[in-house]
Design a protein around this ligand. Structure first.
Ligand code: NAP
Length: 339
């Protein structure tokens, strides 16, 4: 399939990688940003040869303005935009409302424009939280909102649930599916990178002096984009209603540090070696918002399987060790981390 694809959130880390891959595969791309007057020049610098194959539209998740124009002439939508801030907002609605209403807005406008395929960038946040006795998860699992997980996790879960309900009620024939990435790392384009990559940056630049007892699942931004494009190109019946987690491997932060030391020793001088005891992490949480965010994760295994996605969409994820190496090399090459 080639055609015209709307990618929302073209200024973002994942949105940018998807646009990169779509343009490389000869698609025409429409993308939404909050303010095209501010962002278009930067996007054109990234894709100087795209010309008419890239069109940039202003459309905010919280307003209807611009959405009809962005959808006009498109064959499919990849709805990527959603707030993903580093800090936890005081009011969960600051994230939930744009995530949910923005997704419904994107769906409604896609439907009005006659678009039959909608690929929604959800998250493993909608899969693996609020189930304290579980360590292993897959595409069939849902975060339990009654356990009041943190605002970002609520926002992604509420948005995906709302999207599925909306499609079931209004557009049951639409080939809607979600892509549910775990923590996304990989090469960065510039220092305007995602909250997720900040974690690798902090490990390498020395801002984490001791290693907390926590772990995360890792996926590569190139695989996240690949999953979106495979979900676009697969037969409609293969993707309709599906959830596609992208997740290569669960790793403790200590393993991430060891991997970076082994694969890129020349950049690992500030990578911490000593462990932070849990009591210290809990104590620091009284004063430091970053420690407050990870306090509930100490010792937790949240291993989300991406096997279903590899099997259904027919590709193999990049090994997490390679992803970490490429993330570090890119952070150094772009001057974001000084070693
Ligand atoms: P990102 O770089 O922060 O991108 C977020 C995008 O959403 C940006 O383009 C941002 O626009 C846009 N956005 C936020 N609020 C908006 C609003 N009110 N109106 C219009 N656009 C708005 O983060 P990312 O990592 O690429 O995340 C992209 C998607 O992947 C999100 O849906 C996120 O939940 C999901 N995801 C990310 C990860 C990860 O580890 N990175 C994991 C799982 C799922 P501005 O540039 O104007 O702020």
């Amino acid at each position: 399939m080639t055609g015209t694809i709307l990618v929302t959130g073209g200024t973002g880390y994942i949105g940018g990688e998807i646009i990169d891959q779509l343009l490389a595969r000869e698609y025409t791309v429409h993308t939404t940003v909050r303010d095209a007057a501010k962002s278009e020049a930067k996007l054109r610098r990234r894709w100087p040869d795209a010309g008419e194959r890239l069109k940039v539209f202003s459309a905010d998740l919280l307003s209807d303005d611009g959405w009809a124009e962005a959808n006009a002439g498109c064959d499919a939508v990849m709805h990527v935009a959603s707030p993903f801030p580093l800090d936890v907002p005081k009011n969960a609605d600051d994230l939930i409302i744009p995530a949910r209403d923005g997704t419904l807005r994107a769906l409604e406008h896609a439907f009005s424009a006659g678009i039959k395929r909608f690929i929604h960038t959800s998250s493993a946040a909608a899969i693996a939280y609020g189930q304290p006795h579980k360590n292993h998860f897959d595409y069939t699992d849902w975060t339990d909102l009654t356990k009041k997980p943190p605002p970002y996790i609520q926002s992604k879960t509420v948005a995906e649930r709302a999207a599925r309900d909306w499609v079931a009620m209004n557009a049951p024939d639409m080939a809607y599916c979600s892509i549910n990435p775990v923590a996304v790392f990989g090469p960065v384009y510039d220092d305007d990178m995602s909250t997720s990559v900040e974690m690798v940056k902090k490990i390498v630049d020395g801002s984490i002096p001791l290693i907390p007892n926590m772990g995360i699942c890792i996926t590569d931004v190139r695989d996240v984009a690949e999953a979106h494009i495979r979900a676009l190109e697969a037969p409609a019946d293969t993707v309709r209603g599906e959830r596609f987690p992208t997740s290569q491997k669960f790793m403790w932060i200590s393993e991430m540090a060891d991997t970076i030391r082994a694969r890129v020793p020349e950049y690992a001088g500030k990578v911490p070696t000593r462990r932070m005891p849990d009591w210290l992490a809990k104590f620091l949480a009284h004063f430091m918002s970053e420690m407050r965010q990870i306090k509930g994760e100490l010792g937790n295994v949240r291993d989300v399987s991406g096997r279903h996605t590899e099997e259904k969409l027919g590709f193999t994820f990049i090994p997490a060790q390679q992803t970490l190496e490429d993330t570090v090399r890119s952070l150094v090459a772009k001057g974001i981390v000084k070693v």
